[in-house]
Write a protein that binds this ligand. Structure first.
Ligand code: ATP
Ligand code: MG
Length: 242
């Protein structure tokens, strides 16, 4: 396993049209496996986009392994990869092989090398027969898997997974879990299913655009569950509309 990637946030704020979505986050963390939990709309996916530099903070500083990725897009290609919650936000090409080959091509591989690489990753997942499939003809879960293969083919040092198992069937999820367990780089995994975070050292709990708690997995889960059960007892979903 590689050196864990370092994630540093200094008073990082993110606003859209004057509305604060992330309020001054501070964080300095380096662990091979980090989980992010929190309620719907708390800001997890926004934080993911901030970490990979797809958006810049409205103020403050975000650095991955010392790089400001919103400014340094070349470094971003090597340092980070993101699997979006919605595969439709990721896919650009008509066929599976083109989609997977594109990312590795961006890293400077020739067309032939990139295609070879893409075939290799398909073979590793036992999906060589998908090579020339039209992505539009795949199911939602299958599209998700294509996006994941495209990202892991690039072997980023830090891989951000936003609900990577959503919509996947049990054997596919098991296959992916095994694959990710051996991933050399660092993983940041956003999920509502706490069981997915088995073996994760550190957890970050996001609540209403703030970091509510960071720490060892079991401590954060215990505090989170207590808070969630208290809320569940209230039977009040009003927070969702905030
Ligand atoms: N581009 C945007 N414009 C306006 N509001 C936004 C934008 N992006 C996110 N938001 C708002 O920011 C808040 C956080 O959204 P985000 O998608 O980060 O939540 P999340 O924690 O990933 O939720 P979920 O668990 O449902 O995926 C929400 O209230 C959302 O409506
Ligand atoms: Mg989200």
């Amino acid at each position: 396993m590689n050196m864990p990637s370092r994630i540093e946030l200094r008073d990082a704020k993110f606003e859209v049209e004057g509305k604060a979505i992330l309020h001054g986050l501070d964080l300095d963390i380096a662990a091979p496996r980090i989980g992010i939990i929190g309620r719907n709309g708390s800001g997890k996916s926004t934080l993911a986009r901030l970490l990979v530099g797809l958006v810049a903070p409205s103020s403050g500083d975000v650095r991955i392994n010392g790089h400001d990725l919103a400014k340094d897009r070349r470094a971003a290609l090597r340092e980070v990869g993101i699997l979006f919650q919605n595969p439709e936000h990721q896919i650009i090409f008509p066929t599976v092989i083109e989609e997977i080959a594109f990312g590795v091509g961006q890293l400077g591989q020739s067309k032939t090398e990139a295609a070879e690489n893409a075939k290799e990753i398909l073979a590793r997942f036992g999906l060589s027969h998908w090579e020339n499939a039209y992505i539009a003809s795949l199911s939602q879960g299958q599209k998700h898997l294509v996006c994941l293969m495209a990202i892991v083919a690039m072997a980023p040092k830090l891989l951000i997974l936003d609900e990577p198992f959503a919509g996947l069937d049990i054997p596919t999820k098991a296959q992916l879990t095994r694959y990710l367990a051996h991933y050399e780089g660092s993983l940041v995994h956003i999920t509502h299913d706490l069981a997915d975070l088995e073996g994760y050292e550190q957890l970050i709990w996001i609540d209403q655009g703030n970091i509510k708690m960071t720490g060892a997995r079991d401590d954060v889960i215990a505090a989170y569950l207590e808070a969630m059960h208290a809320l569940g007892g209230d039977d009040d979903l009003a927070d969702l509309s905030r």
